[in-house]
Design a protein around this ligand. Sequence first.
Ligand SMILES: C[S@@+](CC[C@H](N)C(=O)[O-])C[C@H]1O[C@@H](n2cnc3c(N)ncnc32)[C@H](O)[C@@H]1O
Length: 200
Amino acid sequence: MAFTFFFRDQTPLEHAVNFMIKAASGRSKISIWDAGCAMGQEPYTLAILLAETMNYFALNNIKIYATDYDEPLLKILKEGCYPWDELQRIPANLFEKYFQPDAQKGYFRLTDKIRNLVEPQHHNLLSLLPIKDGLSLIVCKNVLLHFNQAERIAVIRMFHKALETGGIFVTEHTQKMPEEISHLFEQLVSDGQVFRKVEA
Ligand SMILES: C[S@@+](CC[C@H](N)C(=O)[O-])C[C@H]1O[C@@H](n2cnc3c(N)ncnc32)[C@H](O)[C@@H]1O
C-alpha cells in the first residue's frame, strides 16, 4: 500500500510546481500539503523540484507538510536516508547535488536544505480535517484510489476548502475528478490531473 519512489510522475509534479509558483508569487509564506506521503520520496521530490526552480530567499518561505496515517513510514521520512537501490531513478546531477553518503554503508541522506523544507505530520485523511487552510498546493497521489466514491468526494471537498484562492491540486493520472464536484476545479493540463481551485 505504501509503494512509492523518487521522481514518480515527474511531469505532473513539475506542472503543479510551476502553476503554484506563478499563483503564489509575492506571498510571504507558501504552504504545501503532500497527503499520503508514505516514506517521503514524493515530498522530497517536490522539495528538490522547488529548490531547482526558486531562489534561496523564496525557498526559505516554503513549507511542505507531509502527512500519512502510518506512523512507521513517517519515521523513515524524518530520517531522510535511503538505500542506493531506491535512488537510481533520480537524475544524476540532482543526486549529486542533494544527497550525501551516510555513515550507514550503501545509504544516502538528503541535504539539510531539502530535509528542512519538509515537515512530517501524522494525519488520517478520512478525518476530513485539513491540516491547515490557505494552502497553495495539495499533492495527493495514489491514495484516493483506496477510498470509496463518497469518501473520495468528501476528501476532495475538504482539499478545496483548504486551498487558497487559485490554489493547485494534483492527483495521479488515473484518478478522474468525480462529476459531482467537477465544478470546484479547473483542469490545467491535458497530460496530467493538475487542477486549479474554482471558488464555489
Ligand atoms: C501508494 S502510497 C502513495 C505514496 C505517494 N503519494 C506516491 O504517489 O508515490 C499510499 C499512501 O497513502 C497512505 N494512506 C492510505 N490511506 C490513508 C488515510 N486514510 N490517511 C492518510 N494516509 C493514507 C498509505 O499509508 C500510503 O503511505
